[in-house]
Design a protein around this ligand. Sequence first.
Ligand code: NAD
Length: 353
Amino acid sequence: MNKQHVAAPEGVHTLRDPDSGLEGLIVLHSTALGPAAGGCRLLHYQDASLMQADAFRLAEGMSYKNALAGLPMGGGKAVIRLPQGTFSRHELFRAFGRAVDALGGRYITAEDVGTSVEDMQAVSEKTRFVAGLPSGAGGPGGDPSPWTAQGVFVSMETLVRRHLSGDLSDCVVAVQGLGHVGRSLARMLHEAGARLLVADISEQNVRRLVAETGATVVPADQILSVEADVLAPCALGAIFDEASIGTIRARIICGAANNQLATPGDGARLAARGILYAPDYVVNAGGIINVAGEYFGWTEKDTQRRVADTGNRLIRVLDHASATGVAPNQAADELARATIAAGPSPFRADSAL
Ligand code: NAD
């Protein structure tokens, strides 16, 4: 998302419950396409203005991601300040659940940085407007990361076919970060016959992946500039700036990490170097599609079909970029805003509750 464009949200709700230590915000950026959906982040914030800025930016990002994923959902986000000293996590998230419930379904919460399935179970004691709970037999729900990895994988497959006229089995793919998403993605790439170059600052994660796939290990500070066909960032945000972009040797960037560009202008910088950048929030939407599937009660097959369609949605963004002469990140932002402005379509309505 273009970080310089943070539109005014529809609603901002203060969270305050002295008994449990709850302090934070729920930001409803947009409910134009459906209930505002986005995870709940539990973090140590230095002050209230930083927490608010983070919540506004993340909520707008969710509106864009959900709109381009074709979901009948708007965008929102909850941020909770990590309480000082000892506190009951269970009571904290029950109090948060009460606040979510008071919004009457205008906001749907789930896990995000710092929160877990157990936390969402505590939330679910107080509200039904929550996802990210343990999945039922074969249905969507639970850990979203394998779904996120699947969306990145199909996007990469699509790009390799279209832009390198080849197949993943002909490719060298460099994966930065072997956590939940990176590990799943690396396994899928290995099964597809790709040659893997991998890096993580966790030796344990590296060892585990090498044992599973025989991948070649690269020092963490060199992974962005290795010679590869595709670079898949699955760790940190803000990794592509003027300095790092000058060193990239991959032809395609397609990974799960959120907010990979340090500034919107870095998208144009990548394009000027002839590097094809797949906008992060377009290709990493598999997790929120899984959340939508769980919340709306879609079958696993239907949810999987929507994740598998990520490659086609990416092509629409890249075609818009080519047709209008803008970088892919800008094309994604433009299409997302247009989708939100157009409101719900019949194709979305059939998926809503
Ligand atoms: P994770 O915490 O499980 O994994 C991140 C991995 O990156 C860890 O193994 C960590 O050691 C490694 N890492 C950190 N700094 C590194 C560095 N400098 N070099 C190399 N490795 C480094 O997180 P995750 O759930 O796998 O998510 C990965 C990224 O994808 C994040 O940016 C996240 O916001 C984004 N994302 C995740 C999901 C999801 O479903 N989990 C959905 C959308 C977006």
